[in-house]
Structure formats: structure tokens, C-alpha cells
Design a protein around this ligand. Structure first.
Ligand SMILES: Nc1ncnc2c1ncn2[C@@H]1O[C@H](COP(=O)(O)OP(=O)(O)OP(=O)(O)O)[C@@H](O)[C@H]1O
Ligand SMILES: [Mg+2]
Length: 394
């Protein structure tokens, strides 16, 4: 089945997790077993090796990292191992304990935030904490009603269905989800035209975990059906540094706390980028210095070579800001113009590049377009114009 192939080619690691988790969950009563046939294709589709892009360290195609790379071994497995996101962890910890106390299923949960902050990781942790199976899929793979129907009937009580990029759900699928989420009912239409009949099927109570980088693109009927809506935020330096140290330990790489902090500082507040930068620095040190310990100086030297500056900005960020400064002299610039200048698509700029630039105060979105802030001018070695404060409304 086409949709299943998509599932496995995008998230083979998660898929493996899925089959692994499945084996562990044998505590169910026979009465809880769903009588419908299981969607076995989900676990048996062949894994297709991905081709992660080399060179551009900050590629949003970082998602490809999840293909054929040992990212799985780097994922924390339990809530206690998940570093940072204190508020999110607190909310989920309470939700888990309350559900367990009442022997209920978890409420549907929507996680949103920029790529690589730990949404998929958190969904897998929830399944682990709740001792349930986790089915992983992505919205564009749920093209036809039967794709989602197949997954839903295969859910056992309490199971988690994780839908990535949930803002991209096709409307037909979304409408099926409304009744499934609210009443645990699957409404399906059989046949066409006058002879069409609608049948209703009871589903086991399951938990839907949706992840999105674009919460604003969700329709309100869908968003309103999530009991918990949680934002993931960028990580601070003192959260990312232990993440780098933890990954280094898993990869058996020698690193000093300063080395870890230097990598963390350049990782755009994002664990996935921190892990990727660490791998690049490790390669550099292994090849150039025969595997010396990664110190702050070595990490900085290696990352300069890879064009990652001390704020974590890469070529695309700097190009965007430079053009805004040099060609537009601080006047607002439209998103499409930025896309044309950098050769990135507008969506990538909006979802991947801009959130971090806004977070560090280098870019502002105004109704008339994007503006590079005085801090960005200074970072790139320009003297900001006096009248920019007027444009920024300051
Ligand atoms: N809190 C954390 N502690 C330690 N490592 C983390 C944490 N969050 C994320 N990571 C690491 O970062 C990697 C990326 O996380 P994850 O795949 O969960 O991000 P995501 O939010 O689902 O991204 P995307 O939007 O691209 O799907 C994981 O493999 C994991 O190793
Ligand atoms: Mg993910």
C-alpha cells in the first residue's frame, strides 16, 4: 500500500520503535483485543535507505536524518531523560499520572513548534510511559479514507496514534477523525450515489497525538478536539549543553563541558541540530586530529569550517539578512522576495529559518514585510540606520 510505504520511508526508526514496542505490550486482557484484523502492513513495509544531504548542516530536510541514521538511539526513552521543556513535561507528567490513576486513556494531544525540538520523541515517550503501542504516520500518507480507517480499527485501548505534520491532513481524513476523536466511532460510507450507505463502527478508546510546525494552519474543528495543546520552545544553552554531553556519551565521543557548550551555542536552540553539529565536529576531530577530545576551541574551529557562525547562523540566514540590509536598507521585505534571494522555498523560510531569527531578535515580521533588526545589522558588521526604530515601531 502506497501510504504505508510513505510511513516507512519517512520514519523507519519510529517504525522499528513501533514494532519493538508492540512486542513488549502483552498485558492486555483478551476482551480488550480488537476483533478487527490488524494493519500488519504498517510494520512489514520494506525500509528504504534515505540519502541525508551533506553540506548544508541546517537543512530542514533534517527530517531525513530520521532515515537510515542512528537517531533512534539518541532519543530519550523516558520522561525523566527528556531534557528541558520544563512546562511541557510538567503538564504531561500530570496528565499521565491522572490517566493512570483513573485507568483511563490519555487525552488527545497536539504538539507544535519548529522542527527538531522533540515532538516525535515526546510522542514515543508517552507511549513508553503509558505502556501502550504507538503507531506512527504522517498526514500526507493518509490520502484516502481507508488509510486512516485501517489505522483506527487496529488501535487497542489506550494506544497512541501519532500523526506528524497534522496540518497537512486531507479534508476527507480530517472529517473521519472528528467522530473518531470525539466519540470513538468510525463512520464509513460504502458504495456511491443513491445506493451509498453509511456504517458506524465502534473504536477502542485511543489517544491521538498530532505534531505540527504550523499550528495556525489547523482548522478549528480539529484543533478544538485536542484536550491538550502544547507548544515546544527553543532550548536554552543550559538545556542544550547536557543534550550534547548525553549524545557524546552515547556516541562514545570524548568532549569537555566547554566543547559541548560551544556546540550548543551554535545549535539554534534545537536538539536535532546540536546532535548533527556534534557529529560533524566529531568527524573533523577524528580526521584532522586523530580523535582528540573535543574542546571549546576545537568545536569552534570545526564549526567555522562548516560555515556555522557563533550564533548558529548559516549561509541562508546570513544571505537573507545581508540582502535585507544592503539591498533594502532596512525597509520591509516580502517573504517571496526572501525565498527568491536564497533559493529556499517560502514555507521553509517561514517555518525553519524565521522562527529562530525572531527568537534571537534578529528579524521582525511586520504587516508590510520582514525587517532585519539593529542587532542583526551589528552582528553582520553594519551600522544600523537611525530611522530604523521608526520602522520597527520603537
Ligand atoms: N528534550 C530532549 N532531550 C534530548 N534529546 C532530544 C530532546 N528533544 C529532542 N532530542 C533529540 O533531537 C532529535 C530530534 O527530535 P524529534 O525528532 O523528536 O523532533 P521533532 O520535533 O519531531 O521534529 P520534526 O518537526 O522535524 O518532526 C531526537 O532524535 C533526539 O535525539
Ligand atoms: Mg518529528
Amino acid at each position: 500500500m502506497e501510504s504505508m510505504a510513505i510511513i516507512s520511508s519517512k520514519q523507519p526508526d519510529d517504525d522499528r520503535q513501533d514494532s519493538k514496542v508492540k512486542g513488549d505490550r502483552k498485558k492486555r486482557l483478551p476482551s480488550e483485543e480488537n476483533s478487527m484484523p490488524k494493519n500488519s502492513v504498517l510494520n512489514s513495509a520494506p525500509l528504504s535507505p534515505g540519502m541525508p544531504e551533506e553540506g548544508d548542516l541546517l537543512q530542514p530536510a533534517a527530517r531525513l536524518d530520521e532515515v537510515g541514521k542512528p537517531e533512534e538511539s539518541l532519543r530519550p526513552k523516558r520522561l525523566a531523560e527528556y531534557i528541558g521543556q520544563k512546562d511541557l513535561k510538567e503538564v504531561l507528567d500530570i496528565a499521565i499520572k491522572a490517566a493512570q490513576k483513573r485507568s483511563e486513556t490519555l487525552d488527545h494531544l497536539l504538539l507544535y513548534g519548529p522542527p527538531g525540538l522533540g515532538k516525535t520523541t515526546m510522542a514515543l515517550i508517552l507511549a513508553e510511559e503509558m505502556q501502550v503501542n504507538c503507531r506512527v504516520t504522517t498526514a500526507p500518507a493518509l490520502e484516502r479514507p481507508r488509510d486512516i480507517a485501517g489505522l483506527l480499527v487496529g488501535m487497542q485501548t489506550g494506544d497512541i496514534l501519532f500523526i506528524d505534520e497534522i496540518h497537512r491532513l486531507p479534508m476527507v481524513t480530517e472529517e473521519i477523525l472528528y467522530a473518531a476523536m470525539e466519540d470513538f466511532r468510525l463512520d464509513i460510507t460504502i458504495g456511491k450515489g443513491q445506493s451509498a450507505k453509511t456504517r458506524s463502527l465502534d473504536l477502542q478508546r485511543f489517544t491521538l497525538v498530532g505534531a505540527t510546525t504550523k499550528v495556525g494552519a489547523l482548522t478549528s474543528p480539529l484543533r478544538d478536539r485536542f484536550g491538550l495543546v502544547q507548544r515546544l520552545r527553543f532550548y536554552d544553552l543550559d538545556e542544550l549543553t547536557p543534550i550534547v554531553l548525553r549524545t557524546a556519551e552515547i556516541l562514545s565521543t570524548a568532549i569537555t563541558p566547554e566543547g559541548a557548550a560551544e556546540i550548543a551555542r551554535r545549535a539554534r536552540g534545537t536538539p536535532r541540530i546540536a546532535n548533527r553539529l556534534l557529529r560533524r565536529v566529531r568527524d573533523y576531530v577524528e580526521v584532522k586530529l586523530d580523535g582528540a577530545t573535543i574542546t571549546g576551541t576545537l568545536a569552534a574551529e570545526a564549526l567555522e569550517r562548516f560555515n556555522v557562525d557563533p550564533c548558529g547562523l548559516d549561509w541562508t540566514d546570513r544571505r537573507m539578512l545581508t540582502v535585507m540590509i544592503e539591498s533594502f536598507g532596512g525597509r520591509p521585505v516580502g517573504l517571496d522576495t526572501l525565498a527568491a534571494i536564497t533559493g529556499e522555498d517560502a514555507q521553509t523560510i517561514e517555518e525553519v529559518y524565521e522562527p529562530y531569527l525572531m527568537q534571537i531578535g534578529y528579524l521582525q515580521r511586520t504587516p508590510r514585510g520582514r525587517i532585519a533588526t539593529p542587532a542583526a545589522w551589528k552582528h553582520l558588521g553594519y551600522q544600523p540606520p537611525d530611522n530604523q526604530l521608526v520602522l520597527l515601531g520603537g
